[in-house]
Design a binder for this molecule. Structure first.
Ligand code: NAI
Ligand code: CS2
Length: 493
């Protein structure tokens, strides 16, 4: 069935402009749920209030689902809906910021390289997940043994990774005498722009040091802090969206009302005036990034592992349990906030309380299992960085320790009722090997701590940390997640 939001009987206003207005000045790689509810929506709002002509050429590189989304967007005139769901109601918008949509299986590598290399392209933005940067664990160093980068180096004109496409496109631009573009990472990584710079110039260096030097001189890699809770779309969500719209929208997404975007203002070929629609341009994103990655994402991961093991399907379910609510707030205020130094005027206590309210949104079904995925790529910036701070200062970090213990227990792949489940993580094979050899006990904790792609050597060698972690892991396995969480703050139980 053709889904055409441009002409179907729908209950929502369509974009007031014609598609011809858009010029593809942005190529976005990773047209996932978050991008559709965040960056593309910001651009849509800018198109509503200005004469901007910036449009987005969407590129999905991975998986069949990425290809299906591109085909679906093309089938519905590149329109899709965003449903913002608050505790008291929802707002549906039809987004008209997409100029085109590409996938290698439909357009070939050359189609995507042409889009990246054409003169209009000024920004290449990314939401390719933490694992999409093909780094060596939590470092910013490219992992050249990664299958995607191996393919990029073996067939540089037919790249496989997002990084490989960017390097090859920059080679083509340089050869054609065209200017460079900016690379705008919108992924949940600390110093995401610096990570993008390191992997792009690192891969280029392997191919051609002169190209690497050109990239280093001419391409900018602004850092960003991005924030909007956008759960993966479920069948139930799709039905809700269809009800609200009056027609199905397989590209539709649902999210919370809150959105925030803090961007380093460092663009070599210009940028949209996103500040007109709520984005903040700053010279130093780092404090905002650390605040968000530690307070929001750190407590998200804590709640995901301990909530899933405690029988909570969603984050909102964990907020119904007083011990979990207290633990999340204590983690933020007592163990994450002391590690931060914010510009004047930022109220971290208020931010923490707002996060608890956001997590409690009953209309968003953000699954603990989704947040629990890819923990090997998330733990360092969400929990381990703050842990290292507390070990240096000799300060209490029992919530952070239990969060790590919760991750170690979760990746066993069996819940507290003995039900098996799949652990989604780039290191899942490594975990399965350890699970086989060490299904329980202190040996298991030691074997996991020895994964240097996750745990820095100083942390794994800290007697204070290892002792606390062994005790927390043993208690978690003996008492269960709910009791272990309750024991964190017994005085206020
Ligand atoms: P999603 O699963 O809907 O989309 C993931 C996108 O990344 C897809 O387009 C997929 O094709 C692409 N991708 C996956 N692995 C890749 C790889 N190795 N190379 C290139 N592309 C790859 O997930 P969603 O919700 O869009 O999240 C994506 C990222 O956005 C997250 O990992 C995070 O970094 C960031 N983010 C997500 C938020 C959310 O609440 N969902 C909020 C803030 C940031
Ligand atoms: C979540 C994030 O899936 C996860 O790991 O913690 O996607 C979270 O929803 C966003 O960072 C919120 O901005």
């Amino acid at each position: 069935m053709k889904h055409n939001l441009a002409d179907a009987r729908i209950n929502v206003a369509r974009p007031a402009w014609q598609h011809q207005r858009l010029v593809p000045r942005i190529v976005h790689i990773g047209c996932g749920a978050f991008h559709r509810a965040h960056q593309a929506l910001y651009q849509h709002h800018l198109l509503e209030v200005s004469d901007s002509d910036w449009g987005i050429c969407e590129v999905n590189l991975m998986s069949a689902s990425g290809k299906a989304l591109v085909e679906q967007l093309r089938a519905q005139d590149l329109l899709y809906s965003v449903t913002e769901k608050g505790a008291t109601g929802q707002v549906v918008k039809i987004i008209g910021a997409i100029h085109s949509a590409l996938h290698p299986a439909l357009d070939g590598c050359e189609g995507i390289l042409q889009a990246l290399a054409r003169p209009e392209t000024a920004i290449v933005s990314l939401t390719i997940t933490e694992k999409g940067y093909c780094t060596q664990g939590a470092t910013a160093e490219p992992d050249f043994s990664h299958p995607l980068l191996e393919q990029d180096l073996a067939h540089p004109h037919q790249p496989a990774s997002a990084i490989g496409f960017i390097v090859e496109a920059l080679r083509l631009r340089r050869e054609a005498g065209l200017p460079a573009f900016s690379v705008l990472s919108c992924d949940n990584l600390r110093e995401n722009g610096h990570v993008a710079r390191a992997v792009v110039t690192g891969l280029a260096q392997q191919r051609d040091p002169d190209l690497a030097a050109w990239i280093d001189e001419h391409v900018t890699f602004p850092c960003t802090m991005v924030d909007r809770i956008v759960p993966a779309v479920t069948e139930e969500t799709q039905q809700e969206i269809a009800q609200l719209l009056g027609t199905e929208d397989p590209c539709g997404v649902a999210c919370e009302p809150f959105r925030q975007w803090v961007i380093e203002d460092n663009f070599v070929a210009g940028r949209p005036d996103w500040q007109r629609v709520g984005a903040q341009f700053v010279t130093d994103v780092a404090p905002f990034e650390l605040m968000k990655l530690r307070l929001l994402n750190g407590s998200h991961s804590f709640l995901a592992y301990l909530g899933f093991l405690g029988g909570c399907e969603t984050i909102a379910d964990t907020m119904q349990l007083p011990a979990y609510r207290r633990a999340a707030l204590a983690l933020m205020l007592q163990e994450q906030c002391p590690t931060l130094s914010m510009p004047a005027g930022v109220d971290l206590v208020d931010y923490a309380h707002q996060l608890i309210e956001r997590f409690s949104n009953p209309s968003l079904r953000h699954r603990t299992a989704q947040i629990a995925s890819d923990g090997s790529q998330k733990l360092p910036q969400r929990l381990l960085d703050a842990l290292r701070y507390h070990l240096r200062h000799g300060s209490d970090c029992r919530h952070l320790v239990l969060g790590v213990a919760g991750w170690m227990r979760y990746i066993l792949g069996e819940d507290e009722q003995g039900q098996r489940y799949t652990v989604a993580d780039p290191l899942a094979a490594k975990f399965a090997q350890i699970n086989q050899e060490y299904p329980s006990g202190a040996g298991r904790v030691q074997a996991l701590l020895a994964i240097d792609a996750i745990f820095p050597a100083d942390l794994a060698a800290s007697d204070t940390f290892v002792t606390a972690l062994q005790q927390a892991y043993a208690a978690l396995c003996e008492q269960g997640a709910r009791a272990a969480v309750a024991s964190l703050n017994p005085e206020s139980a």
